[in-house]
Ligand binder design. Sequence first.
Ligand code: APR
Ligand code: PHB
Length: 392
Amino acid sequence: MRTQVGIIGAGPAGLMLAHLLHRAGVDTVVLERRGREHVRRRVRAGVLEHSTVELLRAAGLGGRLDREGMPHHGLSLRFDRADHRIPLTDLTGRSITVYGQQEVVKDLIDAREAAGASILFDVDEVSVHDPAGDRPRVTFTDAGGTARTLACDVVAGCDGFHGVSRTAFPPGALRTYRREYPFAWLGILARTPPSHHELIYAYSDRGFALHSMRSPEITRLYLQVPADERIEDWPDDRIWDELAVRLAVDGFDLRSGPVLEKGLTSVRSVVTEPMRYGRLLLAGDAAHIVPPTGAKGMNLAVADALDLSRALVPFLSRRSTELLDGYSERRLHRVWRAEHFSWWMTSMLHRFPDGDPFEHRLQLAQLRYTVSSVAAATSLAENYVGLPYDHS
Ligand code: APR
Ligand code: PHB
């Protein structure tokens, strides 16, 4: 098999890259380890930045997003037993849209398939060879177990945090920066209307809680839990009781309902540098992880794909390396901005298990300042709605 760009991973990064390259006339093959239905159903994050929405629209993916996505113009920080609204749009002129990552993934898969493009699901034993040469290859076994080789001009490693692309960098070529947090998020999807029309980030004595949504009928909720927590220890009743306590303020009633999905999300920050080795380029979670508190993961993945597609087109058509040579540095500047914002939101909103009382007082001081100073609220808002793509 031969293609111009071999893409490993059918998450937002890989699918968006395939979609944008297809629109630019570039041939791609996407290799995905999991099955088609698994990828379409996997529940993940759900906040699209302003620029992500504009990009999806410009790329012909705005149809269902504009019908079903929920534009939001503010969010609440809940602490001191009260809500403090950050008016995102008043402060920045921009908004966010709540639309599940799996809906973006479905729209992208549908667009790829409508275009007759190649996504190979259920592949195994994926391995990248000769990334430093002119003819990199990806070997894998297909869904039927047959060993195959994909010859490429370029390989894009979009295979997430647990992917194999990074392992094709030679020893010493990658530097990894990481921060672990002593907690995880327990998330549920529930068939019940949202209890509030906007997202609520709650800092309570018992830890962080988040109220989000997917539609007028479906609520998404999260609880901070210890990092080594077992999901079996959280029957539905316990989750609802804990959410009710952490989200309690006068006049707020948490609506409960059947739990449709339940899962744990780890909370960590990781950046690997650089995002390129020869003709192997990394994008999305394969190169960087943010804690979910800033809602940046999917937006970074999509923005990586946009930059990479723009850099690959001149390279593939006329071997111009200028944009490709700057890819890693351009993206890492934006990645570190998002890393900082996500770390900051995480540090401000979670209870640290062994945190000293001084830390707790600092967190409250920061929260109170953030909601009472226009300058501080604007800083949160402009990061949350996302900096424009041309801003470095
Ligand atoms: N071979 C082929 N595919 C692989 C391999 C492999 N060895 N390893 C992983 N994959 C696939 C995964 O099954 C997944 O479908 O790569 C895909 C990576 O997708 P994501 O994890 O969604 O990563 P990305 O596209 O970078 O999107 C980042 O996803 O995890 C969330 O919070 C994160 O919102 C962010 C977004
Ligand atoms: C979600 O709706 O899943 C969600 C929203 C905001 C976050 C993280 C996740 O910060």
